[in-house]
Structure formats: C-alpha cells, structure tokens
Design a protein around this ligand. Structure first.
Ligand code: ATP
Length: 251
C-alpha cells in the first residue's frame, strides 16, 4: 500500500481477563481515508477500535504496538488524554450532554481550558458546519441538545469530537440507531470529513461499508482475515472466509 498511514497497528492482542478476543492484528489505516471494519458479531471489531485510543485500558489487556506519528501510544507512560484529543471517538448511541447545543460542541475545549469567547464561537460554527448541522441549528445554539432529533444529536456528537481538532475519528456503528434519512446524511458528512480527517468505522451495514469506505478490514473470530480497497474486498475477496461472510453464509 502506497498510502500514508495515519495509524499503524502491529501484532495487537486483546484479552478480557483470560479470554483472548483479538489475536495478532496488524494493519495500517490510510490517512484521510475511510476504513470500515466489518465482520460477524463478536469478531472483535469494537475491541480493536476501542484499543486505538486506549478506551480499553480499564477493561482489557492490550499488547502490541499502535504507532501514531512515530510514537507507540500503547505504552503506560503515554498521556491518554492527549491521545484521545488526537484520536476522537463517536459512539453507536448519540450521547449529547444535557446542556445547550453550544456547550456540547465546546465541551472538550472547555476541559482543555479554552476561555476566549471568540475562539469558542468560531470553533462552534466551524465544527457544526463540518458536521453538516450548522444550517439546522444556527438560530438555536442556546437550546437544549436533548431537543434535537436522533440524527441531529449524532451529528452534534460528531461536531463535539471535531471541535478539539483530532486527526483520527473512530466511529462505532455511528448510524445503527438512526433512520435511513439520518443515516444517509451522516454518510454524506463522512465523505466530506475525510478531506481533513482519517475515519475508522465499525459497521454491520454492508451497504454502508461499500458506499462510504475506501478501505475495508474483515475480521473473523478475533483475527484480521483480509484488508484491502473496499471494491476489491466486496467484488473479489481473496479469502474464502471473506467471500462466505459477504455472501451471507455466516454472521
Ligand atoms: N467488556 C468486556 N468484557 C468481557 N468480554 C467482552 C467485553 N467486551 C467484549 N467482550 C467480548 O469480546 C468479544 C469481541 O467483542 P467485540 O464487541 O469486540 O466484537 P464486535 O465484532 O465488535 O461485535 P459486535 O459486532 O456484536 O459489536 C466477544 O466475545 C465479546 O463478548
């Protein structure tokens, strides 16, 4: 692969207690591209995803290297807070805080100590525009985020993640709780976002992977079976397990 990697995972193993659930995964995630992680339920996709910004620290034993700008971020002395600023996460269920739309967007900036109102205002507009929500909410920034629809709440959560200017955005089934219209709005947003950000997304939705992702990784029983350009994985998989999964033989 000639693409520049935003993140490189080498020999990743993850265990919950004695239960080994991810085995020897090595993978380079191309920069400013969308990579989809697909595979049957329980194959370890979310576990890999959460390991990438150290979200598994308190739950699991994660070994192997995760190289980000030449630094192995899977080491105890690495500042996890900084890692999560650079590698943000959007979850399956929209998780707005019970605050105004404005305060939701700048939540991370406030935590980081930013107080300059002009900076905050500017970042709110920029992030909401990037998340394709600005036009819908610009006149109600002080209203509660909880009054938004599910799809709007998820785009707000994307804006909140973008506001701290990460490089990589991890998404764990970001549209599975949403209706088809909201889903296609988010997919369109993702395509815009990849001009500036690297996106790594777990999805059960094969159409979503084939529509949105440049690259696809197929996992099975804790192992990475195949990784390649999405069109190749879907049209001409090299591994029998990938072909079986895509043709609905299991999963
Ligand atoms: N916190 C946890 N404690 C113990 N086991 C866990 C935990 N989280 C996940 N597992 C187990 O690890 C394995 C992989 O789960 P994971 O959620 O990573 O798979 P997945 O491919 O993302 O599945 P799904 O598509 O259903 O979300 C499963 O056997 C699951 O039961």
């Amino acid at each position: 692969m000639t693409e520049q990697a935003a993140l490189e995972v080498k020999n990743l193993h993850v265990a919950y207690g004695a239960k080994q659930v991810v085995q020897d995964v090595s993978l380079k995630f191309p920069a400013r591209q969308i990579t989809a992680m697909i595979g049957a339920s329980g194959s370890g996709k979310s576990t890999v995803l959460r390991s990438l910004n150290r979200m598994n620290d308190d739950l699991a034993t994660v070994t192997g290297t995760i190289n980000f700008h030449g630094l192995n971020i899977n080491q105890p002395d690495v500042n996890v807070y900084r890692v999560r600023q650079r590698i943000g996460m959007v979850f399956q269920q929209p998780t707005p805080f019970p605050l105004s739309i404005y305060e939701n967007v700048i939540y991370g900036l406030r935590l980081a100590g930013e107080r300059d109102r002009r900076v905050l205002d500017q970042r709110v507009e920029e992030s909401l525009r990037q998340a394709a929500l600005w036009d819908e909410v610009k006149d109600q920034l002080k209203a509660s985020a909880l009054a938004l629809s599910g799809g709007q709440q998820q785009r707000l959560c994307i804006a909140r993640t973008l506001a701290v200017r990460p490089e990589i955005i991890l998404m764990d089934e970001p549209t599975s709780a949403l209706d088809p219209v909201s889903t296609s709005q988010i997919e369109e947003t993702l395509v815009q976002l990849k001009e500036q950000f690297t996106i790594i997304m777990v999805t059960h939705n094969m159409q979503q992977a084939s529509r949105s992702a440049d690259w696809t990784a197929f996992m099975h029983q804790g192992r990475l079976v195949e990784f390649g350009p999405t069109a190749q994985i879907f049209m001409n998989p090299q591994e029998e397990q990938t072909a079986d999964y895509l043709s609905g033989k299991f999963g």
